[in-house]
Design a protein around this ligand. Structure first.
Ligand SMILES: [Ca+2]
Ligand SMILES: [Ca+2]
Ligand SMILES: [Ca+2]
Length: 186
C-alpha cells in the first residue's frame, strides 16, 4: 500500500503531466508540454530544435505506455498510475524498475530543461520548468535550495537523481526531494 504522502506526491506529478487537465495522461499532454517549452523558449515551429523538444517530450509518454502495459492511444488514468507505482515499484520493492524510472525521469528533465546544455540545472532553467508545467513559481526558489544539497547554486545530475528518487519513494514529509515539482502538499 502506498502511504498517504506517497499517494499525494504521485498524484501531484500525475496532475502536472496531465497538461490539458482532463484526468488522463495521453499523447496530447506530452505534445502540449513540448509546445509550451517551445513557446517559452521562443523556438520556431518546424525548426530542428522544435523537432528535438517534441521528440524528447514524447519519450516519457512512450516509456509510460509501455511500462503500464497500455496500447498507444489508450489513456493512463490516475488509478493506473498509482497502482503501477504501488504494485510494481514501491510495495514490490523493485529496485531495478525504480532505477530505470529515475533514469528516464532525470534524462527527461535534463533533455527538456537544461537549455544551455551544460549538464546542470540553473535556477532560471528550474524556474522555467515550473512555468512550463503551470506549477506555482512561488515555490521554485525554495525547492531549488532544497535540491541543491552541496549549495553550489546549480543542480547536478547526482542531486537530481537523489531528488527524483526521494520524490518517488520517500514517505518522510521533510525529505528535500519531495519538493522537486513544487508544492505537493496542495
Ligand atoms: Ca490529459
Ligand atoms: Ca543548464
Ligand atoms: Ca548543487
Amino acid at each position: 500500500m502506498l502511504k498517504p504522502i506517497q499517494e499525494k506526491k504521485l498524484t501531484h506529478f500525475f496532475n502536472i503531466l496531465d497538461n490539458n487537465k482532463n484526468g488522463r495522461l495521453q499523447q496530447d499532454d506530452f505534445e502540449g508540454i513540448g509546445e509550451n517549452i517551445c513557446i517559452n523558449l521562443s523556438i520556431a515551429h518546424g525548426s530542428d530544435d522544435h523537432k528535438y523538444i517534441m521528440e524528447r517530450s514524447q519519450e516519457l509518454y512512450n516509456y509510460l505506455i509501455n511500462d503500464l502495459h497500455k496500447q498507444p492511444g489508450e489513456p493512463i488514468l490516475l488509478e493506473d498510475w498509482l497502482t503501477y507505482f504501488d504494485m510494481e515499484i514501491i510495495s514490490a520493492r523493485n529496485v531495478e524498475l525504480l532505477k530505470k524510472l529515475i533514469q528516464i525521469t532525470v534524462r527527461y528533465v535534463f533533455d527538456l530543461y537544461d537549455q544551455n546544455k551544460d549538464g546542470l540545472i540553473e535556477i532560471e532553467e528550474y524556474t522555467d520548468m515550473f512555468t512550463i508545467y503551470g506549477i506555482d513559481v512561488k515555490y521554485s526558489a525554495k525547492s531549488f535550495v532544497m535540491l541543491d544539497s552541496n549549495h553550489d547554486e546549480v543542480i547536478s545530475k547526482k542531486e537530481l537523481i537523489q531528488a527524483v528518487k526521494d520524490f518517488f519513494v520517500s514517505s518522510k514529509p521533510d525529505t528535500p526531494g519531495n519538493w522537486i515539482f513544487g508544492n505537493w502538499e496542495g
